[in-house]
Design a binder for this molecule. Structure first.
Ligand code: DGY
Length: 324
């Protein structure tokens, strides 16, 4: 019987995923879900054919250079792969794969939760209720902003952007979007393309970010662009924290220029900018966009489908490094 490939898994994964890992691979699991530092990853790579990593691992160029030559594939348990230096991997002939599609719906749900949470001041209302400070129903307290008839600007009309658009149009929001590629005119959700990001921002009562967290996109929503948002706009980010200039967003919430923000992702997470905790009307979640039982299993299975294809000598379906 041929030896099973060895896969070094950096995080504890859902049971069904680990079961399949144990069945098909010599799986080096992380039962305690402890932090594996770069030095340990490098040292243990000598005994690994592949790494199964997550967005909490920083797989940068230096780490990739230092990996043992035995490592030939890095599968990330995520759709985003900004934490992996794909160019460095390509130079070393290492294939990198991600997990698209399977988390689209769950992440779009969380984007809508963030949008509604911020629009309807959910955090503030819950805080009052949980503190036992809710006195009575009042006509004037906890008033938020209506969705129906407003404009939602979507930055990045990929799969998640489209899933958000579909949901949002059900709330009566008018969809505008900006992307490098236009959606075909016969797309079932009516939406208007805005070629310039600044023009989209100027028209967005709600703005939802769905762009990758690349270096070029860092602070895509900066102070100048936040100033262009209509007064009373709401910002939603379920993509990557680096897209937003935190200081500028916090200042705009504090000045009252923005009515709220719904954020599931943060620069430097989990060490996010603590000023969000006290800034007015922030609906905050700890990066749970894909956190459903079904989706987290599906992400693991998708990562394993990629590893299976790689070790069977095929090009993995989600090869993002253009090398097989
Ligand atoms: C991803 O997959 O990139 C998410 O951020 C984690 O689910």
């Amino acid at each position: 019987m041929p030896q099973k490939p060895t896969v070094l898994v950096t995080r504890r994964l859902p049971d069904a995923v680990e079961e399949r890992l144990r069945r098909d691979y010599d799986a080096q699991l992380n039962a305690e879900d402890r932090v594996i530092a770069a030095a340990e990853l490098i040292q243990r790579s000598a005994a690994a054919d592949a790494l199964l990593v997550s967005p909490t691992d920083r797989i940068d160029g230096a780490l990739i250079e230092a990996l043992a030559p035995r490592v030939r594939c890095i599968a990330t348990y995520s759709v985003g792969f900004d934490h992996v230096d794909v160019a460095a991997a390509r130079r070393r002939g290492i294939v990198v794969t991600n997990t698209p599609d399977v988390l689209t719906e769950a992440t779009a749900d969380i984007a809508i939760l963030c949008l509604l949470g911020a629009a309807r001041r959910a955090h503030e209302a819950q805080t009052v209720l949980r503190a036992g400070a809710w006195k009575r129903w009042t006509p004037t307290e906890f008033r938020g902003v209506d969705l129906a008839g407003k404009r939602l600007g979507i930055v990045g009309m990929g799969k998640i952007g489209k899933a958000v658009a579909r949901r949002a149009s059900g709330f009566g929001l008018q969809i505008l979007y900006h992307d490098l590629v236009r959606v075909p005119a016969d797309h079932p959700v009516p939406m208007t393309y805005v070629a310039e990001l600044d023009r989209l921002i100027e028209q967005s009562d709600f703005l939802s970010l769905h762009a990758p967290g690349t270096a070029e996109n860092t602070h895509l929503l900066n102070a100048a662009r936040i100033a262009r948002l209509p007064k009373g706009a709401v910002v939603v980010n379920t993509a990557r924290g680096n897209l937003v200039e935190d200081a500028a967003l916090i200042a705009a919430l504090e000045s009252g220029h923005l009515a709220g923000a719904g954020l599931d992702v943060f620069a430097g997470e989990p060490n996010f900018d603590r000023r969000y905790l006290t800034a007015p009307n922030c609906f905050l979640l700890p990066h749970i966009g894909s956190a459903t039982f079904g989706t987290r299993d599906a992400m693991g299975f998708r990562a394993l489908d990629n590893l299976d294809a790689f070790f069977a000598g095929r090009n993995p379906p989600d090869n993002v490094s253009g090398k097989s």
